[in-house]
Design a protein around this ligand. Structure first.
Ligand SMILES: [Zn+2]
Length: 293
């Protein structure tokens, strides 16, 4: 168990859970889903009767729906355990990376983490929870649906709060790649790639570096801040194993095709996380010039 209680919480968290990400149509769908979920098929009939009643009374029911700005589900409390935990982990990554940037005489531009539920609008477009956690270079924000943590435990068999921390630190890794210019170089290299397989291979190197950066965070969290407990690193390794491309393809009953990999095998993800964890040094995360990943 990560010893996170009582520690500094990052201020760079935007809590958009319970906020409507979609427009009028999305709200209408959510409202109908809510009513059907609550009252079953009778809800539809009820909706029809109410709508017809309003219509005959001279009120346009659609106009009423369009005025509704928030979905009927209750927003999660802003200070629940999950969001507090996330704020602490983000704060810990801020400590580690501002130190690393200081070593080369630079200021660390802290990213914002957006908590959402259902779907979210970002500079990278609209994303539903199904895409999993992601980092958008366009607005330099991390997007996280807290439901993913439950999924990590149930679907991928990688429970534990450190598994969640590993994922956050991995997305922060993409932020590091963006502000250091690595991401732009990777995009350029991908544009010059002769095949999708070649482009994917570059992508794998990028993802493994983010895993290594996650390991760097774990190194300092363990040695310097002492937030980690026994068994936490094992949890992280289990998470890295669970989300390796070969394991994901195998578990989905598909043929394992290395040329389609975008994140690396389970073994590679573990290997690069461990490299960062052992050394705690950015220099050990050069996934781009190594022959053997
Ligand atoms: Zn990634």
């Amino acid at each position: 168990m990560v010893k996170w209680r009582g520690r500094r919480q990052s201020k760079n968290v935007e809590d958009r859970r319970g906020a409507a990400a979609a427009g009028g149509a999305g709200i209408l769908i959510m409202l109908i889903r809510f009513i059907v979920g609550r009252f079953g098929i009778r809800g539809i009939v009820l909706l029809g009767i109410v709508g017809a009643g309003l219509y005959f009374a001279g009120v346009n029911p659609m106009a009423l729906l369009q005025q509704q700005t928030a979905p009927p589900q209750a927003a999660a409390p802003a200070d629940d355990d999950t969001s507090q935990f996330i704020r602490v982990i983000l704060a810990e990554t801020e400590e580690v990376w501002s130190q690393q940037f200081q070593l080369v005489g630079q200021d660390y531009p802290e990213p914002t983490l957006v908590l959402f539920s259902g779907g979210v609008n970002s500079a990278c477009g609209y994303a539903s929870s199904a895409v999993g956690p992601f980092y958008c270079p366009g607005d330099q924000k991390l997007y996280l649906d807290t439901g993913f943590f439950a999924e990590l435990a149930q679907r991928f068999g990688a429970p534990g709060d450190f598994a969640a921390a590993y994922v956050i630190a991995h997305e922060v890794g993409h932020h590091i790649q963006t502000v250091t210019g690595t991401s732009a170089q990777v995009r350029a290299a991908q544009q010059g790639a002769r095949s999708e397989a070649e482009s994917n291979e570059i992508q794998v190197r990028m993802e493994l570096q983010a895993d290594c950066y996650s390991g760097i965070w774990a190194h300092h969290a363990d040695r310097t801040s002492g937030i980690l407990d026994e068994g936490d690193i094992e949890e992280g390794l289990r998470a890295a194993e669970a989300i390796g491309d070969d394991t994901l393809q195998r578990n989905a009953g598909r043929r394992v095709t290395p040329e389609s990999f975008t994140h690396g095998t389970s073994a590679q993800r573990q290997e690069w996380f461990v490299r960062g964890y052992r050394t705690g040094e950015v220099g050990s995360c050069d996934t781009f010039s190594t022959q053997q990943l």
